[in-house]
Design a protein around this ligand. Structure first.
Ligand code: SF4
Length: 426
């Protein structure tokens, strides 16, 4: 191990915390020091979160894949006119949500592109037909519909939001998400991962997160690694999240997600982070964000090696769907819940379902809209976890939402019976 890091790690494992400068040294620890780094992070996780690893049973509602941004790693976004573009109607949203509820899902994860109406007249026309001016107002309306008409709890992940958008969403969403992804402005330069993505300006994303803090809105965020950032910039992004959480106490979970190269994207030849790189970053996130923070990493993006994340300090696997595919990473099927439980328990942990709102936020003054409190309390036990934990479904009905985009209504391919999804829209 590099000279001087042992005392930092021992202090960090005891819960005394690390500074961003120390975290910047730790993330560069040589390979032979990696077991010590992971060990300190795992010990800190055990102090704060114990040996329980959570997941959320969710149905993925991809409200629209039209987006005004052109992130160079994205396969999700489409332009109007693309035969694979869609914009779901309220009826289609309800159909997917109800199918998820029948399979025991608790969370309705709304994912969508960012402000497509700002770039495409076709989307403005679609919104007008539906009776709305902005996609975010439409999202608030269909979230409210799902919260009212189904047992599900919405969690929206729609890109940049203003204070009024967040306030509207708080009425029907138990939590809201926006990945910071990176604090690096460099990625917006020509050829960078965020070239052509005006909504990926880090300061704007931090502004949305700050507005959510003002509103006491439980918030999910995180970093996407392997998109051209340096190790130091990863720490800068995590430190920025820590600073906001320190001011408002509203960050309920931090995701560490790895870039995957896919055919057809501009970054198809970019190197992918290794599992060791993920583990190194997860460990530093744990040490920087402290024992109480929920740290999440998606298992489906490292299918052969995700068990190592348990020994790097995570305490959550994110969402698992028995119904819908991972629309953001459709080539990466989810492990079955039975496999996830076997891996988790095989490494000495207990797998437990949670809601889209972590237990510690349920009773915190002002963090849950009055209209949602009764529904949440009825769904959880004394510890704040779901009263009923669903088991693996024996069979899954086909999901076939029809779009109303410029290409007109269309039928989606049904996912395979064992498909799973877990992803936060970057
Ligand atoms: S990652 Fe999100 S914001 Fe970027 S292009 Fe894809 S859908 Fe749009």
């Amino acid at each position: 191990m590099s000279a001087g890091l042992g005392p930092i790690l021992r202090r960090a494992a005891s819960g005394a915390g690390v500074t961003p400068e120390e975290a910047t040294r730790l993330i560069r620890i040589p390979a032979e020091g990696l077991p010590d780094l992971l060990g300190a992070a795992a010990a800190l996780r055990d102090r704060g979160r114990g040996r329980t690893i959570t997941y959320s049973r969710k149905v993925f509602i991809p409200l629209t894949n039209y987006c005004r941004d052109y992130c160079r790693y994205c396969t999700y976004r489409k332009d109007p006119g693309d035969p694979e573009g869609w914009f779901l109607t309220p009826e289609e949203v309800l159909r997917v949500a109800r199918a998820g509820a029948r399979l025991g899902c608790k969370e309705a994860l709304f994912s969508l592109g960012d402000k497509p109406e700002a770039a495409f007249p076709e989307v403005r026309a679609t919104l007008r037909r539906l009776g709305y001016h902005t996609t975010l107002k439409y999202l608030a309306a269909v979230s409210a519909l799902v919260a009212r008409e189904t047992p599900l709890f919405p969690h929206a992940n729609p890109g940049l939001m203003g204070r009024a958008d967040l306030a509207r969403l708080k009425a029907s969403n138990v939590s809201v998400g926006l990945m910071l992804e990176s604090a690096s402005e460099r990625l917006l330069r020509p050829g960078g991962a965020h070239d052509g993505a005006p909504d990926k300006v880090p300061s704007l994303r931090l502004k949305t997160m700050e507005a959510a803090g003002h509103l006491r809105l439980p918030f999910t965020t995180g970093i996407l690694i392997g998109i051209g950032e340096t190790l130091e910039e990863r720490v800068e992004a995590l430190a920025a999240i820590r600073a906001l959480h320190g001011r408002y106490g509203h960050v309920q979970e931090v995701i560490v997600q790895n870039f995957r190269a896919k055919p057809g994207i501009p970054m198809r030849d970019a190197p992918e982070p290794t599992a060791a790189d993920m583990a190194r970053t997860i460990a530093v996130a744990r040490l920087l964000l402290g024992p109480a923070m929920n740290i999440q990493a998606p298992p489906n993006l490292t299918p052969a090696e995700y068990r190592v994340y348990l020994h790097a300090g995570i305490n959550d696997w994110g969402g698992v769907s028995p119904l819908t595919i991972d629309y953001i990473n459709p080539e990466a099927p989810w492990p079955k819940l039975t496999e996830l439980a076997a891996v988790t328990e095989g490494e000495g942990f207990r797998l437990r379902e949670r809601l889209a709102l972590y237990p510690e936020f349920i009773a915190r003054e002002g963090f849950l809209a009055a209209g949602l409190a009764e529904k949440v309390r009825a769904a959880v036990d004394a510890d704040g976890y779901p009263r009923t934990e669903s088991t693996e479904p024996a069979a899954v009905h086909a999901l076939a939402p029809a779009g109303v985009g410029a290409a007109g209504p269309r039928i989606w391919n049904a996912p395979s019976p064992n498909s799973r999804c877990v992803s936060e829209l970057p």
